[in-house]
Design a binder for this molecule. Sequence first.
Ligand code: HGY
Ligand code: MN
Ligand code: MN
Length: 415
Amino acid sequence: MSTINGGHYPALSHRGRAVRPDGYAFGGTPDGGIARLTLSDDDRRVRDWLTAQCLDLGMTMTVDEVGNMFALRPGRRSDVLPLAMGSHLDTQPTGGRFDGVLGVLAGLEVLRTLDAAGVVTEAPLMLVNWTNEEGARFAPVMLGSGVHAGLFSRDYANSRTDAAGESFGDALHRIGYQGPVPSGHTRFGAMFELHIEQGPILEAEGFRIGVVTGVQGLRWFEFELTGVAAHSGSTPMNLRHDALRGAAQVIEGVHRIACENVGAVGTVGSLDVRPNSRNVIPGQVRASIDLRHPEDRVLDEMEREIESLVAEVAASHALGHKLERISRTSPVTFDPGCISAISAGAAAAGFATRDIVSGAVHDAVHAAAVAPTGMIFVPSQGGLSHNPAEATLPEDCAAGAQVLLDALLAYDLQC
Ligand code: HGY
Ligand code: MN
Ligand code: MN
């Protein structure tokens, strides 16, 4: 059985120039994190780097119409669909060096290891980089894999705009990754995604490997409250229509609704105050709402409570209001065949495992709609993620890559 780089965390190199394993050269920040927003110049550079790595391995690279990248390694058989590994290379604006990156780089290390060992699998192998998993620059989250799975149209994706007003389509074209292949045309027979847990469970319980049985449901909303921008010094308190005061009550209400529904989480993560001037009463606020829970019926109930909350707050402050749901993914249960291949892979590599449901969403959610899919988790130190201090031990990264390799080989035997 091939081992990942002698069991040590793979120090990836590109034609002799060592590149830090996290692609740190592309958007690395002084605090040790990464700021590599989707479709930025740093995203283009890391995509170019990944393409060079894959071509160096004799693979072919296909890019689809929303920039999803699919590198292909031939297998003995050409009559079966490829077995895929993958994740995402875009990050949060103040992201960490492991979220998404680990899954792509570990896949690359698996391919290098097989290449070095001269192992040819029955099925072809595929390495995937999904566009805009984070949804940080262009909402919604998991946009590229969502187009691939038919959840969103290409035109919807291209129409999404960032805070500066640039469209997804223009940014994709500008970095040169608006590929010729229609989304969804590049198919795979199974997908395995290695990812950091982004939560505290594996570390707290002392497990190096998590077998992800599923992912909780997610709903994203945008709400807008419109009052009257007015002078902060000369407008009496009883004559104000302060949009930010209303938003403050919605923010507190989202927290309360999440706490009242056991197992739920709720967050207002972005807030746009206009005109955002010290001596003007805020006339308008736009903000996000992120709700998650393992059951759709609870999310339905929470969505009703959010609708009432926004309407009641607006009425009490005499504000205009809008509430729009911009994304909805139902809870997902992963494929039993992939789960057992991952468990077999972990056993082959000698790691105890713990079943776990993912709190974060992943491109595997959309991959699961089109092919048998499974995920492998490794611990996040302190359970921290979406933060420059995000960290996973090198030996845990190597363990995850080893299980990814062994799971793939176990699944390949079934071909
Ligand atoms: O939002 C999420 O769960 C993912 O990290 N983008
Ligand atoms: Mn991720
Ligand atoms: Mn993330």
